[in-house]
Design a protein around this ligand. Structure first.
Ligand code: UTP
Length: 286
């Protein structure tokens, strides 16, 4: 039941990052110098998942080129004495075997997942939403794969959030929490504070099983014609085991300018090549 494939849906409109997303897919807008899609593929690769399926919108197939080997660039870098950078570039192309599925119409995250059914096949698979950047010592998705192997079912990443954020997120009702792992009883999309069953929000890492595809197929589109992944998972609860995992590590919503800014500063004040000049510059601002 080992997870071998990562599904990364990146076909959304990216309205919260307009105007940048007029010309650049949101998943390629970098946190300093590394795009969110890179963080996801790296996290998958560190967990031993070395096949990636990108779901893109029409015309954005070129996102996958980021993971192609660039022999010309590598040799140009070596000629300039930048061997370490050449090695870094080569490693990107070795992280994963990347394929692309085109989602013809942007009918929601659930629909994006369903579009990849043929490329995913019958085994459990990992889903990454690149808006959710998680920095942790060991890859969050790896912990989730271990949990899915034990419970033989689905796993959803959860994070405790403040009351005021609940109405923008999917929220889980859980029981039997032990060592950050719970049983998920129900999921509510964007609840009011009064109706939220807990403060545990769904964050964009999932281990799903093949039953999700039929479940999504059976859904009726919501208000904007969108088909939600949360609804597809919710209708499997009680039929297939589903665990929640309160992951460790720092989480940033890099799908918004504020989250992107926070992630950039967080990384900037820690990165060996940046921290001294950057922290000096920040302290001079005050
Ligand atoms: P969001 O709901 O965050 O939408 O999608 P978005 O388009 O990325 O951004 P905003 O809200 O307009 O700023 C969650 C994830 O699902 C993907 C998105 O690319 C994102 O990774 N998605 C969404 C699809 O692949 N297809 C869709 O039809 C909708």
């Amino acid at each position: 039941m080992t997870v071998q494939k990562a599904l990364i849906p990146v076909a959304g409109l990216g309205t919260r990052f307009l105007p940048a997303t007029l010309a650049t897919p949101k998943v390629m807008i970098p946190v300093i110098d590394k795009p969110p899609v890179h963080f996801c593929v790296e996290e998958a690769s560190l967990a031993g998942i070395d096949h990636t399926v990108l779901v893109v919108s029409p015309g954005q197939e070129s996102i996958a080129q980021y993971f192609n080997r660039r022999l010309d660039l590598e040799s140009a870098l070596v000629q300039r004495g930048k061997d370490e950078l050449a090695q870094t570039i080569r490693l990107i192309s070795q992280m994963s075997d990347v394929s692309v599925v085109v989602q013809e119409k942007q009918l929601g995250l659930g629909h994006a997942v369903l579009s990849a059914e043929g490329a995913i096949g019958n085994n459990p698979f990992a889903v990454f939403l690149p808006d959710d950047l998680i920095l942790s010592e060991s890859p969050t998705i790896g912990q989730m794969v271990d949990i899915s192997e034990k419970n033989e079912g689905m796993v959803i990443a959860l994070k405790k959030v403040p009351d005021e954020d609940l109405s923008q997120l999917g929220v889980a009702e859980v029981k039997n929490t032990k060592k950050r792992i719970s049983e998920i009883m129900s999921l509510v999309e964007k609840p009011s504070l009064e109706s939220a069953p807990s403060n545990l929000a769904v964050i964009g890492r999932y281990i799903l099983t093949k039953e999700i595809f039929d479940s999504i197929r059976d859904l009726k589109p919501g208000a904007l014609g969108e088909i939600q992944l949360t609804d597809g998972i919710a209708s499997l609860l009680g039929k297939i085991p589903c665990s929640g995992y309160e992951f460790e590590g720092e989480h940033f919503d890099v799908g918004t300018p504020l989250g992107m800014l926070k992630a950039s500063v967080y990384i900037g004040i820690r990165r060996r090549d940046l921290k001294s000049k950057f922290t000096q510059w920040i302290s001079d601002l005050n």
